[in-house]
Design a protein around this ligand. Structure first.
Ligand code: SF4
Length: 324
């Protein structure tokens, strides 16, 4: 049987926009230069970029473990299975211990492990991270799960009728739609229809509130409305800060959506300006993707070695934190 050839098609997501805004070189390495690095016969430099781009940092790792746990819990409830919070916590802990060992050995260079986790930049670059900081990372996960189980969400999820469930963190293969002819990824953590018939999209957060999250849920709202043929102005969006025990409702009205679409179109246009051939998503020369002048950005970047910013990033990291 012939394998379908994978093509690097242009698509838009909030995370792509963020990378584009933070450092054009990182954007180029992530979305173009590392393409094909999964092939066994890929050139060494491409392979290296591909493995590096898959690495997490400890904060994103903690967030993704919480998301995976909540996805499994919600899917269990959707299927009518019972869930034991203590078991969820114990599973998360074992998973993180296994992940940590895999990453510490840098086994990601030679072994396939699990799709949602490759390794950590902290191990790749031998960053000095105190034991206390690793423990705190686990605490973030534990506290987020504990708050979730004590919140209104378990009772709400269990009360939903089958027809009220829309989707639960359905992943890249499923959650995308087309906006102005561009494929856009929008993966809500949880989407359902409430008792009044309004679609609700929910985004779990393990970090603190920051700008840009409203944008993300506006994208989810457009996606849910389009996929399930529901009126977009009826969608309600919720940002749930699990570690702070806070919920924020995001206004989804036509004005907010129009302004989101305008910013989306501008972002897509700027990305396309850097393509030699938009039809095949072929980028211009690497020189039009300059390295950021903000070396502080490089401190967490997975590409700092091949990019040539290893030393500069280490120097920034070694500086004592500024006192406000
Ligand atoms: S190391 Fe710095 S300059 Fe290089 S890709 Fe990363 S963020 Fe950009």
């Amino acid at each position: 049987m012939r394998r379908a050839t994978l093509t690097n098609d242009f698509s838009w997501s909030k995370s792509r926009h963020e990378k584009f805004s933070e450092c054009l070189r990182a954007y180029y390495l992530y979305y173009y230069r590392s393409w094909g690095g999964w092939e066994a016969e890929a050139p060494k430099d491409i392979r290296e970029l591909y493995v590096l781009k898959k690495l997490s940092n400890r904060y994103s790792w903690a967030g993704s473990v919480v998301h995976e746990c909540l996805r499994d819990v919600l899917l269990d409830w959707r299927s009518g299975r019972s869930v034991e919070p203590a078991e969820v916590e114990a599973r998360a802990r074992r998973l993180m211990q296994d992940d940590f060992r895999h990453s510490q050995k840098k086994a990601y260079w030679t072994h396939k492990y699990r799709k949602a986790f490759t390794g950590l930049v902290e191990h790749e670059y031998a960053e000095p991270v105190a034991d206390e900081a690793w423990k705190q990372n686990w605490e973030t996960v534990r506290q987020a799960l504990a708050w979730f189980f004590s919140s209104r969400w378990p009772a709400l999820a269990r009360s939903l009728q089958p027809a009220q469930w829309l989707e639960v963190d359905a992943g890249f293969d499923f959650s995308s739609f087309t906006l102005d002819g561009v494929k856009m990824f929008a993966i809500p953590d949880f989407a359902y229809v409430d008792e009044a018939g309004a679609p609700v999209v929910v985004d779990w957060k393990t970090g603190k509130a920051r700008e840009g999250y409203d944008e993300q849920v506006l994208g989810y709202s457009l996606y849910v409305a389009q996929r399930y043929k529901l009126p977009v102005e009826k969608v309600r969006a919720s940002l749930v800060y699990l570690n702070e025990g806070l919920e924020q409702q995001v206004q989804v009205d036509l004005a907010a959506l129009e302004s989101f679409k305008a910013r989306f179109a501008q972002s897509v246009a700027r990305m396309r300006e850097l393509l030699k051939d938009p039809a095949t998503n072929t980028p211009k020369d690497a020189s039009v993707f300059p390295m950021t002048e903000e070396v502080s950005q490089c401190v967490r970047c997975a590409f700092r070695r091949p990019c040539g910013r290893l030393e500069a990033a280490a120097q920034v990291q070694a500086q004592p934190p500024k006192v406000a």
